[in-house]
Design a protein around this ligand. Structure first.
Ligand SMILES: CC(=O)SCCNC(=O)CCNC(=O)[C@H](O)C(C)(C)COP(=O)(O)OP(=O)(O)OC[C@H]1O[C@@H](n2cnc3c(N)ncnc32)[C@H](O)[C@@H]1OP(=O)(O)O
Ligand SMILES: O=C(O)CCC(=O)C(=O)O
Ligand SMILES: [Zn+2]
Length: 482
């Protein structure tokens, strides 16, 4: 039995979670589960935000809008029970606020809002309304902790949505804000389509509502047109104009929703709107998990101290099932290959120290990392780890020979963990018992032809010997368990 490589305390051998020899079925392919080993303590995180008096990267709050923006996702329908389940899950996760659909939207929406307010969650409950006294009167009766008021300020929306000018908007905003404040609950005023609004109009109305005592003003990139630099500039300018908190809401039409949220925080925003897996109008907004990924890379201590990160996957599964979508393969944190390392160069380094190719520690989210070793891109270091995991002791030289055999088959067709394991086991047994058992599982006639072709190509090359041995006998190796 080979000991693990020198200094290799994070590899397939060191199962911190005690799940030894974890060959996991991993949604579509199989790989070595390396367990939840921590990244070694870093002296200094070079990606830590630069000290900056404006930045709120280390003290941001989340306004979770799955039950408002998320309900605007094309596939969404949440009944009362599902809303409550989602609200409780978000509360357990630790979001600061949960935003609910306007009670003016429908009678059921109003009743559901009241029911969620009565749950006594730790997260504050908000509802989201138009800048209109009729909506405000309904909202304050629901029992919410606060009201998020919005009205479009861009010329597009002023002309083609509500048809009101800035004077009307300002006067109505003042009336609604004063009314909600008089009920002793939080009030936020937001300009819809902020990035296509006139800057003077924006600063003027934000300054007015700040003076009358809103808790927050909101900037909304309603059409997802803003770039991180534009976000930074606008938020920083606004930070110099208002003294209240600043909330930001970013749509993802041009792929910037997470980066924009981060830049907003760097520029002095205090609250970010999210939804689980990003669901919302069109292709949605900043995803909760994606924001967590970004923020944990910036300030791990803050994020870990505030949010129950290990609950993220369950919440995403809950919402994905409710709206009948799959979690994308490349989803932040929870995508099925978010922590899977395949190429031999990566695998070797990851097995020695996960920080080499991971900026996020999967264990922080209760996730595992995997080394995908059953492919032609594998290397002898990954195969050595796998052999060790199978309690098979091979010298480095033997591992290299065995790896060549695995690659020979993987050049012909996709291989599974079972195929690679069979080759490792049979290779080992042949070494020790001179049985000369077949090294490969059954091949189809087409595969045999391909192998033969490959053999011709490899003629005279070092791989030739491996192939010759590999195809010498085609009896199923799976039966020959070590
Ligand atoms: C960018 C965003 O996501 S904002 C949030 C969007 N959320 C929602 O729309 C909630 C769900 N919506 C609804 O249930 C309905 O649209 C309601 C109940 C709000 C309004 O329904 P209706 O009265 O039938 O109006 P409809 O939806 O056709 O049009 C919107 C109305 O609100 C007005 N309006 C639109 N935005 C605003 C605003 N921010 N503030 C005040 N009034 C507004 C429009 O002028 C229009 O009024 P009109 O009746 O004079 O034409
Ligand atoms: O209320 C807000 O700030 C945002 C409203 C909204 O969903 C949007 O503008 O996209
Ligand atoms: Zn939105």
């Amino acid at each position: 039995m080979c000991p693990p490589a020198e200094g290799n305390n994070n590899g397939v051998n060191g199962h911190a979670n005690g799940s030894a020899n974890g060959v996991m079925s991993h949604e579509g392919f199989t790989a070595i589960e390396t367990g939840q080993n921590p990244h070694p303590q870093r002296q200094r995180n070079p990606y830590q935000p630069v000290g900056d008096f404006l930045s709120n990267v280390s003290r941001f709050k989340i306004i979770e809008s799955t039950l408002r923006e998320g309900e605007q996702f094309a596939n969404a329908f949440f009944d009362r029970e599902k809303k409550i389940e989602i609200a409780k899950a978000l509360d357990e996760f630790g979001v600061d606020y949960i935003e609910l659909t306007s009670p003016a939207a429908s009678e059921q929406s109003r009743l559901d809002c009241e029911a969620i307010c009565k749950l006594g969650l730790k997260s504050k409950i908000l509802t989201h309304i138009r800048c209109h006294m009729d909506d405000a009167r309904i909202a304050v009766e629901t029992g919410v902790d606060g009201v998020d008021v919005v009205i479009g300020t861009s010329s597009y929306l002023r002309e083609h949505s509500h048809g009101k000018d800035m004077t009307y908007i300002t006067n109505t905003a003042i009336e609604v804000i004063n009314f909600v404040k008089s009920k002793g609950i939080e009030i936020r005023f937001s300009s819809e389509d902020s990035f296509r609004s006139d800057l003077v109009d924006l600063l003027s109305i934000y300054s007015t509502v700040d003076k009358i005592g809103v808790n927050r003003v909101g900037i909304a990139d309603t059409v997802g047109c803003a770039s991180p630099r534009q976000v930074y500039d606008l938020v920083r300018t606004l930070r110099g104009v208002v003294s209240c908190d600043i909330e930001c809401h970013f749509h993802n039409d041009t792929g910037c929703a997470i980066a924009n949220a981060y830049c907003a925080l760097e520029a002095g925003a205090t609250h970010i709107d999210t939804s689980v897996i990003g669901i919302g109008e069109r292709n949605g907004i900043t995803p909760l998990g994606g924001l967590m990924a970004r923020m944990i890379a910036a300030d791990r201590d803050y994020v870990k101290s505030k949010y129950r990160l290990e609950k993220l996957k369950d919440i995403e599964d809950l919402v994905a099932a409710a709206v009948e979508v799959n979690i994308p393969f490349n989803n932040y944190i929870t995508g099925f290959c978010a922590f899977t390392h395949k190429a031999g160069i990566h695998a070797k380094a990851i097995l020695n120290n996960p920080s080499t190719y991971e900026i996020i520690n999967p264990a922080d989210f209760g996730m595992s990392r995997y080394v995908h070793f059953a492919s032609r891109l594998t290397g002898w270091n990954a195969i050595k780890s796998r052999a060790t995991q199978l309690n098979i002791n091979l010298t480095d030289e033997q591992c290299k020979q065995c790896t060549a055999k695995i690659k020979a088959l993987a050049d012909v067709r996709p291989i599974a963990v079972d195929d690679a394991d069979s080759i490792i086991r049979t290779f080992y047994r042949n070494l020790h018992h001179a049985e000369n058992k077949p090294l490969l599982p059954d091949l189809t006639p087409e595969e045999k032809a391909k192998v033969a072709e490959k053999e011709k190509e490899l003629n005279g090359q070092p791989e030739k010997r491996a192939l010759d041995e590999a195809v010498a006998d085609q009896a199923p190796a799976k039966k020959a368990k070590a």
